[in-house]
Design a protein around this ligand. Structure first.
Ligand code: CP
Ligand code: NVA
Length: 330
């Protein structure tokens, strides 16, 4: 199996075997890095990193991974490029495709990253769109594999806004790989029915289940993993905070939610997280609404079940695997 020259835009485009191979390659490259074994097999190649939204983990992961592989990077921030404002995506793609061996894109519509891939002629990697966050999925599966020792017979519970990039992507990866996926949230925040129907088909193939519930007790019962994400995502207007807080506060990941889960259940979050008053947004929300912890309680975030920093580290190893597989092959 070779993923050489493929773009990595969403996991809907990949078979379970291909996704598993990326998780395995991430583990191998992680081990090599820890043992100091060089893997700069892409020496001299050039990649462009386009960020129309902010980032810490994804940007740093692409840069560090690219450098470990021997590649050079150009970072384009929203203010520093003409993309979409003075130059169409199709034109930008054809320019960058002449100069770069691969392009990462983080931004808004999935269509933009799909168009970049269509017109550039080089592998394009989705570093997050409103719809999907596929590189995060490889890191998350690696993290579950490391902590639970398996990717099957896992009850994976997602709490919060399950209609956006994280909920969508996690439902796709779980149903493809055979983890049971539970969206445990206010009914307004269940994933799109069309995507649920697609994932039900994957679940049938992989022998897993998709469960939608607005009951925390039912959803978190016997959970192996409880996962959440911010209630308001990048690009959404500030005005939605009030409604999100009202709708999603019952679905905060806290000790009560974990009381229904298995004893060795783990807590995951793609980060960044609002769990205290150490962030500007966290303080603003506290001043307006009086809440000092939002999607996850500080106790759970800092507690022994939390694997969020292993998960963050794995972003680098898995983004490296995606670039390695699509530019070098396996
Ligand atoms: N999880 C994640 O994508 O983090 P950044 O927004 O910091 O890249
Ligand atoms: N749903 C979040 C994910 C951040 C990694 C956002 O889009 O802002």
């Amino acid at each position: 199996m070779s993923l050489k020259n493929r773009s990595f835009l969403k996991l809907l485009d990949f078979t379970p075997e291909e996704i598993r191979s990326l998780v395995a390659l991430s583990a191998r490259l992680k081990k090599e890095k820890k043992e100091g074994v060089p893997h700069d097999v892409l020496r001299g190649k050039q990649i462009a990193l386009i960020f129309e939204k902010t980032s810490t983990r994804t940007r740093c992961s692409f840069e560090v991974a690219a450098h470990d592989l021997g590649m050079y990077t150009t970072y384009l921030d929203p203010a520093a490029s003409q993309i979409g404002k003075k130059e169409s995506i199709a034109d930008t793609a054809r320019v960058l495709g002449r100069m770069y061996d691969g392009i990462e894109y983080r931004g808004f519509d999935q269509k933009i990253v799909e168009d970049l891939a269509k017109y550039s002629g080089v592998p394009v990697w989705n570093g997050l769109t409103d719809e999907f966050h596929p590189t995060q999925m490889i890191a998350d599966m690696l993290t579950i594999q490391e902590h639970l020792g398996r990717l099957s017979d896992v009850r994976f519970v997602y709490m919060g806004d399950a209609r956006f990039n994280m909920g969508n992507s996690l439902m796709v990866v779980c149903s493809k790989l055979g983890l049971d996926f539970v969206a445990c949230t206010n009914k307004k925040y269940f994933p799109d029915q069309k995507l649920i129907d697609t994932c039900q088909e994957f679940a049938k193939q992989s022998g897993s289940q998709i469960i939608l519930t607005d009951s925390v007790e039912e959803g978190c019962k016997d959970a192996d993993v409880i996962y959440t994400d911010v209630w308001v995502s990048m690009g959404e207007p500030e005005e939605v905070w009030q409604e999100r807080i009202e709708d999603l506060s019952p679905y905060q990941v806290n000790e009560k939610a974990f009381s229904y889960a298995k004893d060795n259940a783990i807590f995951m979050h793609c980060l960044p997280a609002y769990h205290d008053l150490e962030t500007g947004v966290g303080r603003e929300v506290f001043e307006k609404f009086g809440l000092s912890e939002l999607e996850v309680s500080h106790a759970v975030f800092e507690g022994s079940r939390s694997v969020v920093f292993d998960e963050a580290e794995n972003r680098m190893h898995s983004i490296k695997a995606v670039m390695y597989a699509t530019l070098y092959g396996e």
